[in-house]
Design a protein around this ligand. Structure first.
Ligand code: ARG
Length: 459
């Protein structure tokens, strides 16, 4: 069949070239956005008497029936069409005859596709924001339920200082809150209507771009028609925010994987979010967390793909831009899948406080507090630091820990030590004393919890 754009050429494209060129196999999923945009366009054409109001009504009813039939399954997408825009127009014309051919007045596929992508992505972004908030809620739930659990905090993956488990979890909540904020920003900037930009230069018809923009729930219109059809920065920006969100999920996943290993045993993941091995009967593998970590690479790839496709494109539309879809869809689908599995995985994980505590009791993670004790006795910090280090070395040589080294040994380093040192280096004291804002004391962590909950509530 000749193409709808047959005219200058006969519209017969080599079959292989046609398959290569067509995007319907992936852009069919924009049918709802495409039809919604076309309805707004038809209404505007009617209101401006570019077509008669009766014709506009006919077009809108025809578009409604196509949407209805697609949704009910009565109509199947014709995958021999070039893209979803051509399919809808072809179907409309076959249903309405010549009136159908009026829909594309004062419009181009260039502004149409830019519109569809914005309509699609702004809804998806809202959904991703809500899903991210459900992960934050799961984190908050765990932090709230385990407020007194102490674990070793790490730097360089070496035990560093005692912290509250809730404090560690809330670090991720803070990161995810920023991700939500970034997505909100993306949504704001993308919510600008490109429809009416037409091919690139605008149109000779007396259109009303503000009317279309309002009907479609946009905050404003693209003020430069060339920009409106050429730009895909809203996709790049969103993918970049998604990539960052995935980075956070990936770091968290890595910790869940470590924590659920025999070596750590800080948490146990629910059976529902682990798998077994086909050969080793004892295995309980954290596949979901591993997949989230793995899929992060793929989302980075999606972002890179689009950035690279757009680089060096002259204005305005180029067919290269059709490449925006698969990577954007993939990044969106992937992050949604990850978030959907992540929230319940966090909500159902079981912390193992005794093991965390045990790990916190070795590794000399209260050595900083020993130094701080000497500072309170009047020693400059750097001197206190040195003595504390020497005491740690002695403990290692003697095979004991700071808590069990006799007072006489402490005093042999410096007579400033008294019985009170044992209280000062007790893990509970170490945690409770870190009252600085944002610190690990129960009081500070409670304030962080409150902050996260308030932000989620929109306060
Ligand atoms: N399928 C195309 C895309 O996704 C639609 C726009 C086509 N425009 C054009 N001038 N060929 O980008």
């Amino acid at each position: 069949m000749a193409k709808m754009w047959a005219g200058r050429t006969a519209g017969h494209v080599d079959q292989g070239a046609d398959d290569f060129n067509s995007s319907i196999r992936f852009d069919w999923r924009l049918y709802q956005q495409d039809i919604t945009g076309s309805m707004a366009h038809a209404a505007m054409l009617g209101a401006r008497h570019i077509i008669t109001p009766a014709e506009a009504d006919t077009l809108i009813a025809g578009l409604e029936s196509i949407l209805h039939d697609l949704e009910s399954g009565a109509l199947a997408v014709d995958f021999s069409c070039e893209d979803i825009h051509m399919f809808v127009e072809q179907e409309l014309t076959s249903r309405l005859g010549d009136v159908g051919k009026k829909l594309h007045t004062a419009r181009s596929r260039n502004d149409q596709v830019a519109l569809d992508m914005r309509l699609y992505l702004r809804d998806e972004v809202s959904e991703i924001m809500a899903l991210t908030e459900s992960v934050i809620a799961a984190i908050v739930g765990q932090a709230e339920a385990n407020q007194d659990v102490i674990m070793p905090g790490y730097t360089h993956l070496q035990r560093a200082q005692p912290i509250l488990f809730a404090h560690h979890l809330l670090a991720y909540a803070m990161m995810l809150l920023r991700d939500v904020d970034r997505l909100k920003d993306c949504r704001k900037r993308m919510n600008v209507s490109p429809i009416g930009c037409c091919a690139l230069a605008g149109t000779t018809y007396n259109t009303d771009r503000y009317m279309e923009s309002k009907t479609l729930g946009f905050d404003g219109i693209a003020l430069n028609s060339i920009d409106g059809v050429s730009d895909r920065d809203f996709c790049v920006e969103t993918m970049s925010a998604i990539a960052m969100l995935m980075m956070h999920l990936s770091r968290f996943s890595e910790e869940l994987i470590l924590w659920s290993s025999w070596e750590f045993q800080f948490i146990e993941l629910s059976d529902a979010y682990t798998t077994g091995s086909s050969i080793m009967p004892q295995k309980k593998n954290p596949d979901m967390a591993e997949l989230v970590r793995g899929k992060t690479g793929r989302v980075y790839g999606d972002l890179m793909a689009l950035l690279t496709s757009l680089k060096g494109l002259p204005l305005a539309y180029n067919k290269d831009m059709q490449e925006d879809k698969e990577c954007t869809f993939d990044a969106v689908d992937t992050v949604k899948m990850c978030l959907q599995v992540f929230a319940p995985m966090i909500a159902t994980m079981k912390p193992l406080p005794d093991n965390m505590k045990k790990a916190a009791q070795t590794g000399f993670i209260n050595a900083t507090d020993l130094a701080d004790y000497l500072v309170r006795k009047g020693l400059p910090f750097r001197s206190a630091y040195k003595i504390s280090g020497e005491i740690v070395a002695k403990c290692i040589a003697d095979g004991c820990v700071l808590e069990t080294l006799p007072l006489a040994d402490y005093r042999s380093f410096i007579p400033l030590f008294d019985e009170g040192l044992y209280e000062a280096i007790d893990l509970n004291t170490c945690v409770q004393k870190r009252i600085s804002v944002g610190g690990t004391s129960p009081e500070s962590v409670k304030a962080q919890l409150k902050y996260v909950k308030n932000v989620c509530k929109g306060e």
